[in-house]
Design a protein around this ligand. Structure first.
Ligand code: FAD
Ligand code: DLZ
Ligand code: SF4
Length: 512
């Protein structure tokens, strides 16, 4: 009997398990643009346009292969507004013998789909998502019995398992990790290479117009939309990166510069997360560039580590620890997110630049996310729910399985040390070292107290003092705590008061 096959907006891969065994003569693929997915956080307009455009392009691709697609557009008057509602409507229009889908990427929707499966009245088969390099089973086996889960050791195992950058059973070049060579500061006035952005095709333009009309009050601008919305466009961006940008990826991986949103980064997370690119294929092609002598090992190893290591690791952690991971707040952070995270209206030059480019592009690179907006939210003690909502809303590549371990784990240490071994708390000196932001800032990065001092400096020691009970025994923080202890009680109290004044000044008010 005919099978109804669900394809979600981030499942746009030819080799999706939900499509395995598809009979074009009998089966129907269901794709639905729904308000519930577009509004459970107020996603950046570019993210919604990207997902809708990529879904529409993918539906055309399937149809061109003779597949029957039931496509429900966002403005369809009968649209029920949710994925499960659209599954129910499709079944009513049946008849179908069963429903097949691929597990989804967020706990929230997974719960809805499980409830639907329970009451559907026909078999619902939920298949594994095999578009990742490490299966749930493999990750569980790796994690089992370990008191600490560290990305570095997981990554080594994945290198061995895939043979990527291996020389027999040894790492290529004799070392697993070349991170120490990937921390160069970009010289002042640096001009990163010109980037290839995609001109929206007709379908993407239609999606952009729909989003402008239907989601006018969501965050972000649409006019600079340049994301790939087909597998072919994603391929073009990847090719350009591998040929022209990858050689500099390592050296400048941690560097930031004003008005330079892309630096030497890949701009491929949107395509990987939608399914337009395949992660292992991307890694193998990056390795081939190295083997052909066209990019140095520190660049290629660094790039592969992000995908084979970090991307797979955070996904493994999310599914190993969910759903309780979503409620973790190890540091008891309890403040509101300052309004300038949305408006960009702040005198902090680094934050203003990141929020502005985030609004224009639905993108910021890793160090901006971690060490500018993430670090500030950590130092301010913003509640992880508010920070998660912001990161989920503002980036075009945001899906909870990857966003949450990065935000709650890596940036906020709200998981108490599952993703990272210590909080990435840093004063303004770090931002000054890795960027050209501070030169043009109203605040003084060399100054530690008072209204003219860099807020990162004003907040840093107070953060450590506030969290003494939770962080004092962390061996990786032994040195800063020794320094803090050496200040004596009166100075420590003054530093705590300084940080408190700064939290108030920046609008990180207590949550109700
Ligand atoms: P590149 O720097 O070129 O890296 C290549 C690829 O490696 C990326 O496309 C991505 O797939 C992968 N990668 C790199 N770092 C990470 C990482 N820490 N975790 C997982 N994959 C990684 N990434 C998302 O895809 N979605 C998110 O919602 C997201 N939220 C984040 C929130 C915070 C607080 C932080 C610190 C990081 C977050 N990241 C997220 C990771 C990273 O910032 C983005 O993957 C990266 O900026 C995407 O740009 P790119 O393709 O140019 O990456
Ligand atoms: C992100 C997103 C958006 C904005 N809209 C849709 C949609 O209308 N229909 C759909 O099938 N998927 C959408 N998505 C992606 C889903 O939110 C995503 O599949 C789940 O969050 C699981 O990762
Ligand atoms: Fe950011 Fe402080 Fe530098 Fe200003 S002085 S750009 S706030 S780090």
């Amino acid at each position: 009997m005919a099978v109804l096959r669900l394809v979600l907006g981030d499942q746009l891969s030819d080799r999706l398990t939900a499509l395995e065994g598809l009979d074009p003569a009998a089966d129907t693929v269901l794709m639905a643009e729904v308000r519930a997915e577009a509004t459970y956080v107020r996603h950046h307009k570019q993210k919604i346009a990207l997902v809708f455009a990529a879904m529409r392009n993918h539906a055309e691709r399937l149809r061109a292969r003779g597949v029957r697609v039931r496509y429900v557009a966002i403005d369809d008057p009968d649209n029920s507004g949710s994925i499960t509602g659209e599954l129910a409507r499709a079944l009513d229009a049946g008849p179908y013998g069963r429903v097949v889908l691929t597990e989804c990427g967020e706990w929230r929707l997974a719960e809805h789909l499980a409830a639907f499966a329970e009451g559907a009245g026909l078999p619902v088969e939920i298949r594994e998502d095999r578009r990742f390099i490490c299966s749930h089973d493999r990750f569980r086996r790796w994690a089992s019995g370990k008191s600490q889960l560290r990305m570095e050791f997981f990554y080594r195992e994945m290198r061995r398992a895939t043979g990527l950058l291996m020389d027999g059973d040894q790492p290529e070049g004799g070392r697993w990790n070349y991170d120490a060579e990937n921390r160069k500061k970009a010289p002042r006035g640096v001009k990163p290479p010109q980037r290839l952005r995609i001109t929206p095709n007709a379908i993407a333009q239609g999606a952009m117009a729909d989003v402008a009309c239907l989601f006018p009050d969501h965050f972000g601008a649409l006019h600079d939309f340049g994301w790939p919305t087909t597998a072919e466009e994603a391929e073009t961006v990847l090719e350009d990166f591998l040929a022209n940008i990858l050689p500099g990826f390592g050296d400048w991986q941690d560097a930031m510069a004003e008005d330079q949103p892309w630096m030497w980064h890949g701009l491929i997370s949107t395509s990987l997360n939608l399914g337009l690119l395949d992660p292992v294929d991307v890694c193998r092609r990056a390795e081939a560039v190295y083997r052909a002598g066209r990019a140095p090992l520190n660049a290629v190893e660094g790039f592969i580590r992000q995908i084979l290591g970090w991307r797979e690791f955070v996904r493994g952690i999310y599914w190993l620890k969910a759903p309780e991971y979503r409620a973790r707040n190890f540091l008891d952070a309890d403040r509101n997110l300052p309004w300038f995270y949305w408006s960009g209206e702040t005198d902090m030059a680094c934050v203003a630049d990141v929020v502005r480019t985030t609004r224009e592009n639905a993108y910021a690179h890793h160090i901006q996310r971690l060490m500018v907006t993430g670090n500030l939210a950590l130092l301010l003690g913003v509640h992880p729910d508010a920070v998660d909502d912001w990161y989920m809303a503002v980036y075009a590549d945001a899906y909870e399985w990857v966003e949450m371990p990065n935000t709650r784990g890596m940036a906020l240490f709200a998981d108490g040390g599952i993703v990272g071994s210590k909080p990435y708390a840093a004063s303004g000196a770090y931002i000054d070292r890795m960027s050209d932001y501070c030169g043009g800032c109203r605040y003084d990065v060399k100054s530690k107290s008072g209204d003219a001092a860099c807020p990162f400096n004003r907040l840093y020691w107070g953060f450590l003092e506030r969290n003494r009970g939770r962080l004092r025994d962390n061996p990786r923080l032994a040195m800063p705590y020794r320094t803090l202890d050496g200040f004596g009680e009166a100075k420590r109290a003054a530093l705590a008061a300084e940080a408190e004044a700064c939290r108030t000044l920046l609008g990180a008010t207590p949550r109700d």
